[in-house]
Design a protein around this ligand. Sequence first.
Ligand SMILES: *Cc1c(COP(=O)(O)O)cnc(C)c1O
Length: 474
Amino acid sequence: MTDSTASLFSSIPSVDKLLRTPDAETLIDSFGRQPVTNAVRDDLATLRQALAKKDNVETGDVSSANILARVAARLEADLSPSLKPVFNLTGTVLHTNLGRAPLPEEAIDAIAAVSRGASNLEYNLSTGKRGDRDVHVEETLAQLTGAEAITVVNNNAAAVLLMLNALALRKEVIVSRGELIEIGGAFRIPDIMSCAGAKLREVGTTNRTHPKDFEEAISPKTAMLMKIHTSNYEVQGFTAAVSDPDLAALAHKNDLPFVIDLGSGTMTDLRQFGLPHEPTAQEALASGADLVSFSGDKLLGGPQAGIIAGRADLIAKIKKNPMKRAMRCDKMTIAALETILRLYADPDRLAGRIPTLRLLARKQDDIQATAARVSTMLDTALGDRYEISLEHCQSQIGSGSLPAERLDSIALVIRPTAAKGVGTALKRLATAFRNLSMPVIGRIQDDAFWLDLRCLEAGNEDAFTSQLDALQIK
Ligand SMILES: *Cc1c(COP(=O)(O)O)cnc(C)c1O
């Protein structure tokens, strides 16, 4: 150890001495004694390690003021939440990694109202006896879907698992080979089947399945016929699938239930928003399905949930299954879902009230106007190392809903002006946007950084532009 290192070592103040300084007292007032003590200990330990390794440690680094400044910064950073709002400018409206559907204010208010204190979650206010948490959404859901009964769980993956376990344990479920999908995040139909304790009986081929394929597979071991909406891909060309009414008829002739995993599911005809028709829960049940299941936070535009709707006897069996207890929704989800479902009672005003549908229906002109306003400010913030243009782009719905469908949109496209090191420059740019206090998530494509402005609406435009000055591109 050199003399200078030894003297730096000995000049490191003790924890006690540091904690008695006025600066430390101020920190203790705002963060508490324990967190400040821990942060001081950590900082001193890091200093000693750096000195022992002869890393560049300077006299200033061991002063009380600097130690406490580092401690303050660290405590401040620790306070910022890990889960936080971001701007989704990826061009994928229902982005699973970015939390899927944005909720309307009414739903947020409903969540706040029931989370603050006690609620009648499972308490029947007219009898004063124990109630059932599904009742809060049961009537609206039954009306909207035409189902006899419903139940809700944590998400649609849980709904599928639960239906299979409750109705097909140790028995066979017949599914077309064209529908053995993987949705991402380890949701693969064959795996879900075996997790649920059901046996997958695949029939037909990848592109073509006929009624006789199902007919020949039915045996005393069969528990149900199942259809899975191939939500994230399309089979095109020489294809054949058995229609819902045909599958239902075949199932019923053999006294078996016909179950459909609709995936996204929707309660309204999407053609009114200029989107292609997506089968609704109501249509699926009307065409003979005994049960359907779908997500709460895909096209429905609500909270994460899995909805099962259909025949009362089957729902009763599902509700008795112990897995239902393990997969049930919490009060906040039920509060939000109840609110969303009520909005569906007034189909004419859906696009104005459900943010997901509003974003999907948003017109290119409107996005263009936003882009024009925002681009000038972005231009100033970025300086001359980058050039910005407004370009036509195509948003997608996301979460496997209508995978082939694209929505005309406008993006702010940022290109580095220097010809060299474009890849690195773009990565730095993307990082700088992610490091903003409300991170901005875009995408790198064709040697440019793209910000699709479909999801930047009037309500959050100021929040976006006001932080651009803080962009720090390394
Ligand atoms: C999305 C999807 C699921 C899973 O739904 P989560 O709500 O994400 O759990 C299951 N099946 C299909 C067909 C889907 O598209």
